[in-house]
Design a protein around this ligand. Sequence first.
Ligand code: PLP
Length: 379
Amino acid sequence: MKFGTKAIHAGVEPDPSTGAIMTPVYQTSTYVQASPGAHKGYEYSRTQNPTRDALQKSLAALENGSHGLCFSSGLAAIDAVIKLLNPGDEVIAANDLYGGTYRLFTKVFAKYGIKFHFVSMEKAIDIEQHINKNTKLIWLETPTNPMMNIIDIKAAAQIARKHQVMLAVDNTFATPYLQNPLDMGADIVMHSVTKYLGGHSDVVMGALIVKDKKLNDDLAFLQNSSGATPGPQDCFLVLRGIKTLHLRMQRHSENGRKIAEYLKTHPKVDKLYWPGLENHPNHDIAKQQMRDFGGMISFTLKGDSQEEAFRIMERFKFFSLAESLGGVESLVNHPATMTHASIPKEERIKVGLLDSLIRLSVGVEDAEDLIADLESALD
Ligand SMILES: *Cc1c(COP(=O)(O)O)cnc(C)c1O
């Protein structure tokens, strides 16, 4: 099955009791048993729910995995991965991560005795020097949020395999439409389903997808034991969102390209970050591992003035100033004070996350209107 067909059909069967083509919202906490233990595979909705099952199967198919697991947020999904580890274990993480991931690692899990090393992975070979006998996991995002760095997943997977360390890839920005990390050797794919998979800015959810049964069983144990599972209504909304994932991603990528082209020569723009640009430092790797380049774009202003960045962001008509990304509507964000405010200033400056950095989540509106909006806001 090709991607668009999977997006519409994978994991979804007509409802066995009525034939309903859309997966029903099984809004139930429990399931009646004829006699103790005689159930139909469903006992209690934290553990199993048919609406969630359909979504988990759909996600597994989209990422070419064999198992999908949904969580009540992206961070809850990451939380489950780190709970696979024990005190004394070490994690090598990319130094340019979603702010909430950095906070979860440094403020929650560090105190349980798990050690995190934040390193540049722009050259994947650099990962190897940080591996020691306690290393259990490599964690990366690509493209990264918000600097749009590209990390070579295949090369990272080779290093992980050589040292018998797990590799987890946060694939939120690329989505399975643009990139499939499991095919490149990753062990775990993570998504903030809140973003492109949901796609309509109406759900907060996370997911993990794996190929290995034992890894799935361990994660499913944590999913049920820690209990951060999503409700059936949210699962339904995401199942519905996924039906147009391929169509949305095509338009996000097309609009992303048009807007990057427009900003490339704008006199107020200093640095422009979009992996589809030929001068992007890892453009060649992006071309190899991604099918297109998506609609996430960041840029800084000449003179690096935060006030100027604020002034611009307040003047948009169609780009709404908000956290989050990946919805049908265009959003603009100021990472230094919004999504990435939990990262210390010295750390963020090191990776180029300057005070004037503006991040765009380019929606699926008409590109002409979006460019006109940029033109008047940047004026
Ligand atoms: C939003 C986001 C997360 C966190 O997901 P939530 O659903 O907000 O908990 C993790 N990684 C990336 C790249 C994100 O954009």
